[in-house]
Design a protein around this ligand. Structure first.
Ligand SMILES: Nc1ncnc2c1ncn2[C@@H]1O[C@H](COP(=O)(O)OP(=O)(O)OP(=O)(O)O)[C@@H](O)[C@H]1O
Length: 583
């Protein structure tokens, strides 16, 4: 049973529930022998006239009474079995899903860089569903059948060991066929799962990119890839079902051949005077009854083989190390210091390939610091490192002198508010999407934040105002509207460190003025790190850090940097000239 816990990746409770389910299932199986035994007794009673005896009607009534009691017992056993098997297995699957989701939340972003979303969804939904199905429909029945069949065969062996042996001699051969075909079935099973993943990935990509596909008239090309993936999935599904079917049916035929063998040996024993007719008929009836569960077991076994792959994936996912750091120290000083920080999104061999290269820089607390530089120089990466979306490869980032790697990531996050370029919205009401900034905020506080972030005017024009449901990722909103919601969230969070990444990039000039006002309120008295391409918006910043190719090339105020005549001055002049352009 210890291995079963490992194999099915069960919680402690799930493991103990499974034992109860197996017990309940065994009781149900054995209880089913009750009506069967009573039927045999009635049958024997009815055969009495053939042997010159009279039917005892008082006995027949007694059997009828036992029949009613038997039916009640079978009902109760089934009810208990249902509760123990199904309800507990669904509860266990829910616990596993939550366990995985919790774990995923604590994983570093580097994990998501190497995984695609389809694989994760399959892990959470598909693999958990497989375990759920095996827990509710396979394992308890398999064990219960094995226990009840063994019990019945021992009883049969006491009665007539030669016949019992004949009945069961085909069973090991049938099981051997299933286990011998394990490799072929597993290979096909793995291929089928891979094809399913590929098809899901293609469907996801197709749906996500539908706008681009339409705009570029790519329908044909994109359909080919999707079609191929779906066709391969179908082909492998048929191959797998066919192969499994061949082995399972073959094994079932061999088991059923046991009936003929039993009849043959039984007749031989009868003619030799070693067994009487009535006990032999009884034997035949029991044989037919116990072959049923064996045939079911043979169809269930292949499912166990595929389960190994599912649990292997779940185990790999859950054993991925979470982000280190668990200290929940209160931060009072928000000065952010980078000391020899080196970072790359993927494993690299040299400093040259790093995105951030040996940076040592200080971001003053309670002031506005702007990160500027050409596209791809690492501005957003720096803000992600401060928030510990990623951990540095080398060096240290300290806030108020505390190494952020020692802090609990969620605790650190409570000190930060974000307004990012890519605003993620959930398929919920606008109101709830804003409330994400602070789940403890009152309704009044949510509305206030929305007003300050200039959400009010576009929200009140919507059919159900703040109660309007946003589609998936808020596809019904414009870029500017999405960003205003993001600002409202940040306002509501009221965190001491604010990270602004292209906060005003999607806003029209009219709104930009209003949003700038909202942002001024958001950042008042806070430690602000702002990434803005339009340098005129950060002229008043307390400090400007100029990056180029992952390195800090200049730092200072706008005036000192202009006086330096370096990269900043160059970028500023180019932008000033472009302001005069028109198309
Ligand atoms: N998740 C990621 N995985 C791998 N590489 C990434 C990832 N995110 C960014 N990069 C790479 O890191 C480098 C720096 O990116 P970053 O987004 O920090 O630049 P940026 O200065 O903010 O650019 P921009 O101004 O265009 O937004 C780029 O070469 C980018 O391609």
């Amino acid at each position: 049973m210890l291995n079963l816990k490992e194999m099915l990746y069960l919680t402690h409770k799930g493991h103990s529930d499974l034992k109860k389910a197996i017990f309940a299932c065994t009781i149900t199986n054995l209880s089913l022998m009750l009506p069967f035994g009573i039927t045999i007794q009635i049958f024997l009673e009815l055969l009495k006239p053939l042997m010159g005896e009279e039917i005892s009607w008082s006995r027949m009534w007694m059997y009828f009474g036992f029949g009613v009691i038997g039916a009640v017992l079978v009902f109760m056993a089934n009810k208990n079995d249902y509760k123990k098997t199904y309800v507990t297995s669904y509860m266990e699957a829910e616990a596993t899903r939550i366990r995985i989701a919790e774990h995923i939340r604590k994983l570093p972003m580097s994990f998501f860089n190497s995984k695609d979303l389809t694989e994760l969804t399959t892990n959470i939904m598909g693999d958990c569903a497989t375990t759920e199905h095996v827990l509710s429909h396979v394992i308890p029945q398999l064990f219960a059948n094995a226990i009840s069949i063994t019990a019945i065969s021992v009883m049969l062996a006491f009665f007539e060991w030669r016949l019992a042996l004949t009945v069961f001699c085909t069973v090991p051969i049938a099981f051997f066929i299933i286990f011998a075909s394990k490799k072929i079935q597993l290979k096909l099973g793995v291929k089928h799962i891979e094809a399913k993943l590929k098809a899901s990935g293609q469907i996801q990509e197709y749906l996500e990119g539908i706008k681009v596909i339409k705009a570029n008239g790519l329908d044909g090309d994109k359909f080919v890839a999707l079609d191929d993936a779906l066709r391969r999935m179908k082909k492998l599904a048929i191959q797998m079902e066919f192969t499994t079917g061949v082995f399972v049916t073959g094994a079932q035929i061999i088991v059923q051949a046991g009936v003929g063998l039993t009849v043959f040996v039984g007749t031989y024993l009868l003619t030799g005077g070693k067994i009487e007719l009535v006990p032999l008929l009884m034997f035949f009836l029991i044989v037919v009854r116990i072959y049923g569960p064996i045939l079911v077991e043979l169809t269930l076994l292949p499912e166990l083989l595929y389960l190994r792959e599912s649990t292997k994936r779940l185990r790999t996912l859950i054993s991925t190390p979470v982000m280190e750091g668990d200290a929940e120290i209160e931060l009072k000083d928000y000065t952010i210091d980078f000391e020899n920080v080196n970072f790359s999104y993927n494993e690299v061999n040299s400093l040259e390939e790093s995105v951030i290269k040996n940076i040592s820089v200080s971001i003053p607390g309670n002031g506005i610091t702007a990160l500027v530089g050409p596209s791809g120089c690492g501005k957003s990466t720096i803000s992600k490192l401060i928030a510990r979306f990623w951990d540095v490869n080398k060096g240290t980032i300290r806030i108020g002198g505390i190494d952020i790697k020692t802090l609990d990531p969620e605790h650190l996050m409570s000190y930060m508010a974000f307004v990012f370029q890519d605003v993620v919205l959930f398929n919920d009401t606008i109101f709830n999407n804003i409330r994400i900034g602070n789940m403890n905020a009152t309704d009044h506080e949510v509305m206030e934040a929305a007003k300050v972030a200039c959400c009010d005017e576009f929200v009140t024009n919507m059919p159900e105002g703040y109660g309007t449901m946003l589609g998936e990722n808020g596809y019904t909103l414009s870029g500017g509207e999405r960003q205003r919601i993001s600002i409202a969230r940040a306002l509501l969070k009221n965190a001491p460190i604010v990270l602004l990444d292209e906060a005003t990039s999607s806003l029209d000039p009219e709104n930009e003025v209003l949003i700038q006002q909202a942002i001024s309120r958001l950042i008042a008295g806070k430690t602000v790190i702002v990434i803005a391409h339009r340098l005129r918006t950060i002229v008043g910043a307390d400090k400007i850090i100029v990056l180029n190719n992952g390195e800090v090339v200049e730092e200072g105020t706008h005036d000192t940097l202009i006086a330096n005549c370096g990269l900043y001055e160059k970028l500023y002049c180019i932008q000033q000239q472009s302001l005069g352009w028109s198309v």
